[in-house]
Design a protein around this ligand. Sequence first.
Ligand SMILES: CCCCNC(=S)N1C[C@H](O)[C@@H](O)[C@@H](O)[C@H]1CO
Length: 651
Amino acid sequence: MAPKNPLCLPSLLLPLLTLLLPQADSGSFVVDRDHDRFLLDGAPFRYVSGSLHYFRVPRVLWADRLFKMRMSGLNAIQFYVPWNYHEPEPGVYNFNGSRDLFAFLREATLANLLVILRPGPYICAEWDMGGLPAWLLRNPKIHLRTSDPDFLAAVDSWFKVLLPKIYPWLYHNGGNIISIQVENEYGSYRACDMNYMRHLAGLFRALLGDKILLFTTDGPEGLKCGSLQGLYTTVDFGPADNMTKTFALLRKYEPHGPLVNSEYYTGWLDYWGQNHSTRSIPAVTKGLENMLKLGASVNMYMFHGGTNFGYWNGADEKGRFLPITTSYDYDAPISESGDPTPKLFAIRNVISKFQEIPLGPLPPPSPKMMLGPLTLQLDGDLLAFLDLLCPQGPIRSILPMTFEAVKQDHGFMLYRTYLIHTVSKPTQFWVPNNGVHDRAYVMVDGVFQGVLERNMKRNLFLTGKMGAKLDVLLENMGRLSFGSNSSDFKGLLEPPILGQTILTQWLMFPLKIDNLVKRWFPIQLLKSSHPQTPSGPTFYSTVFPIFGSSRDTFLFLPGWTKGQVWINGFNLGRYWTKRGPQQTLYVPRPLLFPRGALNKITLLELENVPSHPQIQFLDRPILNNTLHKTYIYSLSADVQSTSEPMELSGH
Ligand SMILES: CCCCNC(=S)N1C[C@H](O)[C@@H](O)[C@@H](O)[C@H]1CO
């Protein structure tokens, strides 16, 4: 399967040498401007493609998802490469396990699917910082997505590692990659720096050779600044947009060649605290059929969304900071748990009018598991484990430092100071210039006082004796992934104020929570000898066996407020039961140990624990908490509805 590099030449030399060496009769994928179409190996070709993101699906499930996409009638897939997923630190690269994108390319080949690759460097995708690594912000003056030499140096260094690895996978080299996108909707970015786009185009050509089709994608309003001479221009729009007008606009940039919609939205993303997004089947299928009738090539975004595991979700800012939910179900044709939906069959039916569909049935939905309720034990307040969570000890500074300044990219950091005088009357504690990025959980001498949140007007009043410990746990809820006009630094961006006093002399504790949870697994911590009354961020856990085989399931946390979950040491993602709309977290079956082996679940609850610290595993997702109200009453009378009304309120 490995594409051609018969002489095992140094990967950087390959593109140059292919210019000299006669090419074996390898494949070709080109634009035929005379007939407004693509040609694949000389024959007319139209792709019907779907997006799925390997970085949102456990590796053992890739083949399953790709098979279902092929059986849906797709002949290609499209996916991004998140830079921050593969270069966790400058010069440190990770292409292993679920980050082995070359294994994913191999699986796509086995599924008989061509590939449209989108390596960025910026990808948006509701992914943390749109795929750009947070360590870029250790240089606070860097101008992202511009010809800023510091930014370009990091981009060059990354692409000089990635693109030579991609080169053998190009279609004309025997691989399955038929086209490659440069940047992502650059026309929607304020900078509009054509030197940057030209630099990228030159870099891609130098490292990938002159045969691969390079293209750009923009919304209609972005075509002016996002397109570039020498890169094939494509557009993105959804079912509610005017296809005729949008393609007419595209023709101003590509008078000849195939019409391409690189992102036809089959659904949409979800934000914590907002209604669950859906797109209707008739709207989606009508728009798809109209484009296919025109002979356009279409990529459906998303065909399978998957999950924002860990801390990987991004965020948007629309007057308010809006983090993306853990579920990236996207109301896509293949559900978050990999099940074909009615939307998939409707789309498959449309495709069958235009091209051959593989014979045979779609696999049925996977069997699901219900379990519980399970009661969790209190392991202890987060503060009780500070030495283990920050073994190297705190960083001391007069003013608070950002996550980036202390080289903590994701998760949580504890900021500690001491009251220099007694505050006997309730006194306002706040951070000027909206400086909480993104949520602050405030404790005085270990007693939880409440929460401050970015872009949310909320007052918090404290009292405390001179010398009392003031702890502020800062949660990074994910970096802006779209349209941000400035870098999204995380942490306490300004020194907090208590009454009239600016608080200085801070200790910063970057918290390695994932390392500790992994160390705790699989043992069950001894019950804390002195049962505390939990206050503020607190760890809970339990162990449980699954008899028989493990199955997909959905973790439901009735009565819990907000926090993070780990299953067998794997960071499943964030929950925010109190805010919704997502009420359950998808648990992929490969994460669970079958046949009686003990599984361990650990929660870090950040705010308030229910009177009964229980969890359940359900056989269906709850992504729209109005559904939750009806469903939960049919589940069991003793589990009260926990979510608030849909609009943002309270915690
Ligand atoms: C609120 C819209 C955020 C901007 N994103 C848009 S328009 N989209 C285009 C973008 O290219 C893609 O990566 C996804 O981010 C998609 C939305 O799912």
